[in-house]
Design a protein around this ligand. Structure first.
Ligand code: ADP
Ligand code: ASP
Ligand code: MG
Length: 439
C-alpha cells in the first residue's frame, strides 16, 4: 500500500504544525511520499512565505535593498528548525538563494524556494530522503507541463526509495530554469507523484475537515461532503471553491486513484473522498455550492433570431475575434446572453458592440455588469424534481433578484447569476434550503 500525502501551507506554518504532520505521517507506514507546501499563515493576519518571496524578489529585481525582507523569510525557517531542535544549518542554502535573487534568477525561481527550503527541513525532521522537484518535474518549452517525461523521471528516481519528500509547486524548464505551477500548485505536484508511483490513495491534508458544502468564509460551519465525484468537484473548483487546485484532478483521475481531503488539525475526521463514480447516495440533493464575482452579461435581442441560420455562430465569432472566451450562454427564443469575465470584456467593450451590430444586426443589446455566478452542483439533482424551483423560491424569499439561470445538459449543475451585492446572501439562502432545512 502506498499513500502520497500532500500538506498545505497552514499545515506546515510553524513547529507546532510540523509536529502534527510528523505524527500523521508516522502513524501509517504507507505514507511514504510526502509533498509539502511552503509555510503558510500561522494566524489570519500573517503572510505566507510564498507571498513574502514574491515581494522580496520584486525588491531585488528593482535593484532595491531586500536584505530585511529576506531576513524575515529565513527567520520563518530558522524558528521552525530551532523549535524542533533539528541539527540543521541552512546558512549555505539561504546564501545561494540570496545570490540568485541578486542574479535575478526570476520570480518563479524565487517563489519556488518556499517549497524547496521547507522540503529540506521536513525531510530532515522525518528522516526521509529529499528529492528536489527540479530533478523530476518537467515543463515543455511552451510552458505546458510535460507529463510523459515527468512520470518517467519520478518513477525512476523513487524506485527503491522507501520514503521521500518531494517539494510541491515547481519543476524545471528544458533549459534548467525553474518554473512554478499557478498559485496553490502543490496540489498538482502531489497528484503527479501519486499517479507516477501508482499510489493507492492521494491524501491532501489541509486546514478544514474536507471539501465543505460551501465556502466556510461565507456560510458558518458548513458540513463536509463525504463523497464527491471528480466531475462534481471540477465544477465546484472551477467556480472558486479553493480547497484543491482544479488541475490537481487530472493526473490521479487518469490513474484511477481516489483523493482524500483531510484536516491536519483534526486527523480523525473522515474528510472528503473524491472518486470517479460512486453508488453512495449523497446526503442532500445538492453536493456543493460555489461561486465567483466579476462577470458581465451581454444580452442580445432580435425577433426571430432562432430561425436565422448561423446567428449564434456570428455572435460568438465577434467574441472570438476579440480574444474573449465565454463562460455561459443561456438563450431564449428571441434572446441570447453571453456571460464573460468583466476584466477581460471591459477593454474590448466598444469593439465587441460594434462587431455585434455589424455581424447580426440585433434589435437591441443590453449589458449588465457586476454580476456574480453561483454554481449549485449535485449528481442527485438529475433524479430530484423541482431543484431549480426550490432555488428560485429560496432566493425570492431572501429578496434576491435572479439575473440569469443556466442548467447544464448533464443536469449536474445549475448556474445562477445574481448582482454581486447579493452574492453572499444568495449562497447562504441556498445552503439553508437544501442543507439546514433537510437535517
Ligand atoms: P492549503 O494551504 O492546505 O492548500 P487552501 O487555503 O489552498 O489550503 O485551501 C483550504 C481553504 O479553502 C480553507 O481553509 C477554506 O477557507 C477554503 N475554502 C473555500 N471553499 C471551500 C470549500 N467548499 N470547502 C472547504 N474549504 C473551502
Ligand atoms: N505555496 C504556493 C502558493 O501559495 C503553492 C501552494 O501552496 O500550493 O501558491
Ligand atoms: Mg491549496
Amino acid at each position: 500500500m502506498i499513500k502520497v500525502v500532500k500538506f498545505g501551507g497552514s499545515s506546515l506554518a510553524s513547529a507546532e504544525q510540523f509536529r502534527k504532520v510528523a505524527d500523521i505521517i508516522h502513524a501509517e507506514d504507507a505514507r511514504r511520499y510526502v509533498v509539502p507546501s511552503a509555510p503558510g499563515k500561522r494566524f489570519s493576519a500573517d503572510t505566507k512565505v510564498t507571498d513574502m518571496l514574491y515581494a522580496c524578489y520584486d525588491l531585488a529585481a528593482k535593484g532595491k535593498d531586500f536584505s530585511e525582507a529576506f531576513a524575515k523569510i529565513t527567520e520563518r525557517y530558522t524558528s521552525i528548525i530551532d523549535e524542533l531542535g533539528l541539527d540543521l544549518d541552512m546558512t549555505e542554502e539561504f546564501n545561494t538563494v540570496k545570490a540568485c535573487f541578486i542574479g535575478k534568477a526570476g520570480r518563479d525561481y524565487a517563489a519556488s524556494r518556499g517549497e524547496y527550503l521547507n522540503g529540506i527541513v521536513l525531510a530532515k525532521y522525518l528522516g526521509y530522503e529529499f528529492v528536489d522537484a527540479a530533478d523530476v518535474i518537467f515543463f515543455k518549452d511552451s510552458g505546458e507541463f510535460d507529463a510523459e517525461r515527468t512520470q518517467k523521471a519520478v518513477r525512476e528516481r523513487l524506485t527503491g526509495v522507501e520514503k521521500a519528500v518531494v517539494p510541491g509547486f515547481y519543476g524545471s524548464m528544458p533549459n534548467d530554469t525553474i518554473k512554478t505551477f499557478s498559485r496553490g500548485g502543490s496540489d498538482i505536484t502531489g497528484s503527479i507523484v501519486a499517479a507516477a508511483v501508482g499510489a493507492d490513495i492521494y491524501e491532501n491534508w489541509t486546514d478544514v475537515s474536507g471539501f465543505l458544502i460551501s465556502d466556510p468564509r461565507i456560510v458558518k460551519d458548513p458540513l463536509p461532503i463525504h463523497t464527491i465525484t471528480y466531475k462534481e468537484l471540477r465544477e465546484l473548483s472551477y467556480m472558486g471553491a479553493g480547497v484543491l487546485h482544479e488541475d490537481a484532478i487530472f493526473p490521479v483521475r487518469k490513474a484511477g486513484i481516489p483523493i482524500n481531503i483531510k484536516n491536519t488539525n483534526a486527523p480523525l475526521d473522515p474528510g472528503t473522498m473524491i472518486v470517479e463514480s460512486t453508488s453512495q447516495k449523497p446526503q442532500f440533493t445538492i453536493t456543493g455550492i460555489a461561486g465567483k464575482k466579476g462577470f458581465t452579461v451581454v444580452n442580445i435581442e432580435k425577433d426571430m433570431m432562432n430561425s436565422e441560420l448561423g446567428f449564434g455562430r456570428r455572435v460568438l465569432e465577434v467574441f472570438e475575434k476579440n480574444g474573449i472566451s465565454f463562460e455561459h450562454m443561456p438563450s431564449g427564443i428571441d434572446t441570447m446572453s453571453i456571460v464573460v469575465h468583466q476584466t477581460e470584456f471591459e477593454p474590448k467593450e466598444q469593439e465587441i458592440l460594434s462587431g455585434l451590430h455589424r455581424n447580426v444586426h440585433p434589435d437591441s443589446i443590453d449589458i449588465e455588469t457586476d454580476l456574480a455566478l453561483i454554481a449549485v452542483v449535485g449528481r442527485a439533482m438529475k433524479s430530484a424534481r423541482g431543484t431549480a424551483g426550490r432555488i428560485f423560491a429560496a432566493l425570492a424569499h431572501a429578496h434576491i433578484n435572479v439575473k440569469m439561470i443556466d442548467q447544464g445538459s448533464s443536469e449536474l449543475n445549475i448556474i445562477i447569476g445574481v448582482e454581486e451585492k447579493d452574492f453572499e446572501a444568495a449562497i447562504k439562502s441556498i445552503y439553508e434550503i437544501f442543507v439546514v432545512h433537510q437535517l
